[in-house]
Design a protein around this ligand. Structure first.
Ligand SMILES: Cc1cc2nc3c(=O)[nH]c(=O)nc-3n(C[C@H](O)[C@H](O)[C@H](O)COP(=O)(O)OP(=O)(O)OC[C@H]3O[C@@H](n4cnc5c(N)ncnc54)[C@H](O)[C@@H]3O)c2cc1C
Length: 489
């Protein structure tokens, strides 16, 4: 049996699948339009400042190290943050969360936002929900019957917290916490997969468990070190990379040999793994294939507008991750998801890697990655919204930090839904594929394979189990696992 594989895309999902398949003896080639591996996980320099362009939050780094270990690499080099996030509200209330559940419980209690007991109970439940659901819903295919004939799946389904699916995250948090600020703090976790907490199922309230119990980490060389580490592992295992090569179409999918057309020629293999956005695959690369309506119509996750600012001073109260909340959170999400518009008073996330990576900015300066959630661009946003949003962001930060930020920005660049789509083929620039805004969203993600085409598989944030670094790694494991089963001699 031929065991040669082409992977389109060197994002986290594509890298993980390649490493696992190469380790099992498959011959793997990865094609990417970009000059290096990483997909949304890329870095850039502006003068003396270094910026990660995509993800900044890292949990479960052990899964990265496990992949490196397959190629004999040392564990991935990252540090556990001494505080997960600095949070500030418009009325001046602010707190530093600390690194773990006990610290957070104490901080929220002292700030009068929630009793320690309620916070500890909330995390106890979140940990239980993660333990029950992760093996069933995140670490195996939901679309192969054999997944359901395992004792572990049966147990998971029997213990499944069904009530947490029928209540939204926001409703669940409102019934736990009286204080609106505490609700807002926990509701924000819906944005970790680009969703709306007022519609996403309460089950997603298990996300903070990953940051506060498993730990929030940051790579010592910045987030871009993640794909560099995985790329090194893949190369050591014999994976061949073809960069700067855009795939233009995929033909003969129903035959034994899949034919991949690129700008510089044709490549053939028996197995094809697609790590591009699945929507892009069906609409641009393989329009001859049937694209099921339920996947096509599923609501996409939000996108982001990011300002990269080199700042010529430091802000001692700020940390690696900082949140400046909007006054009306419900209104903000309704503007993004229902009206498809840009909120006037956005919640602002400021990430400063120079707080732990001293070479990312000159001494006494900081590299600010300033992100606002915005709709993916399938709706018509006005062309002028960038400068307007910039002004809203600067006004708000000036107000909350008592500064004149415009006088301290010495380098500047931006990234918006249009550039995210252009650079990664992600539909409308959505960050995490589909949103989790419906009860059954887990079942509305595309499977990791195409049941009608032998040898065609999918991996990454737009397919099961979803977006974000840990889930893309899980996706890579699921896809490689299916291929290994299907192609075992
Ligand atoms: C601004 C931003 C902030 C984020 N923050 C976080 C965070 O804090 N934590 C977190 O966990 N996640 C975060 N994410 C999401 C995370 O980056 C993604 O879920 C994850 O990186 C997606 O990986 P993937 O495997 O789906 O591949 P992608 O990263 O989508 O990569 C797909 C690859 O396919 C290639 N490609 C596409 N079309 C073609 C073609 N025609 N021919 C050849 N190659 C092609 C692209 O060049 C790209 O390399 C963020 C994303 C963004 C953009």
């Amino acid at each position: 049996m031929n065991r040669d594989v082409i992977v389109i895309g060197a994002g986290i999902g594509g890298l993980t699948t390649s490493i696992l398949l190469a380790k099992s003896g498959f011959q793997v080639r990865v094609i990417d339009q970009a000059p290096c591996a990483g997909g949304k996980l890329k870095q850039m320099h502006l003068g003396p400042y270094r910026f990660d362009r995509g993800p900044s939050l890292l949990t479960l780094p052990e899964h990265i190290s496990e992949l490196g270990a397959l190629a004999g690499l040392k564990p991935f080099d990252c540090l556990r943050l001494s505080s997960v996030v600095y949070t500030q509200f418009e009325d001046g209330t602010s707190f530093s969360s600390g690194a773990d559940v006990n610290s957070l419980a104490l901080v929220l209690d002292e700030a009068g936002l929630a009793s320690s007991k309620t916070v500890l109970n909330t995390f106890k439940l979140a940990a239980r929900h993660y333990r029950i659901t992760a093996p069933v819903f995140l670490k195996q295919s939901l679309h192969r019957w054999r997944s359901y004939f395992k004792m572990s799946t049966f147990k998971g389904i029997m213990l499944f917290p069904i009530a947490a699916v029928f209540k939204s995250m926001a409703n669940q948090n409102a019934s736990r916490f009286k204080n609106p600020k505490a609700q807002q703090f926990f509701n924000r976790y819906a944005t970790y997969n680009g969703s709306n907490p007022y519609r996403a199922p309460g089950l997603l309230n298990m996300i903070p468990h990953l940051e506060f119990e498993c730990g929030a980490y940051f790579p010592k060389q910045g987030m871009a070190a993640i794909p560099e580490y995985l790329y090194e592992a893949a190369c050591k295992l014999g994976v061949k990379f073809i960069f700067n090569t855009r795939v233009t179409s995929v033909l003969d999918l129903n035959l034994k040999t899949k034919v991949v057309h690129t700008a510089s020629g044709i490549l053939k293999a028996s197995i094809l793994v697609c790590n591009t956005d699945v929507h892009f695959f069906y609409t641009q690369l393989a329009p001859q294939l049937k694209y099921a309506q339920r996947f096509k119509k599923a609501e996409k996750s939000s996108s982001a507008y990011v300002f990269f600012w080199g700042i010529n001073r430091s802000f001692d109260q700020l940390q690696v991750h900082n949140i400046f909340f909007s006054k009306n959170y419900k209104q903000e999400f309704s503007t993004i998801f229902d009206a498809g518009n840009i909120p006037e008073d956005p919640t602002i996330y400021v990430h400063i890697s120079a707080k732990v990576c001293s070479t990312d900015a000159p001494k006494g300066h900081e590299n600010w990655f300033v992100m606002v959630n915005v709709p993916h661009n399938s709706t018509q946003l006005p062309i002028s919204y960038g400068p307007i949003l910039r002004q809203h962001v600067i006004n708000k930060l000036n107000r909350m930090l008592h500064t004149q930020l415009q006088n301290h920005i010495v380098e500047e660049s931006t990234q918006d839904p249009f550039t995210i789509e252009r650079d990664t083929s992600s539909f409308g620039g959505s960050l995490y594929g589909n949103s989790s805004n419906s009860k059954w969203s887990a079942f509305l993600r595309h499977p990791n394979f195409k049941s009608t085409v032998k040898g065609l598989y999918f991996t990454g944030g737009s397919v099961h189990p979803g977006g974000g670094i840990p889930l893309c790694i899980f996706s890579g494991h699921i896809t490689a696992g299916l291929i290994k089963k299907d192609y075992t001699i």
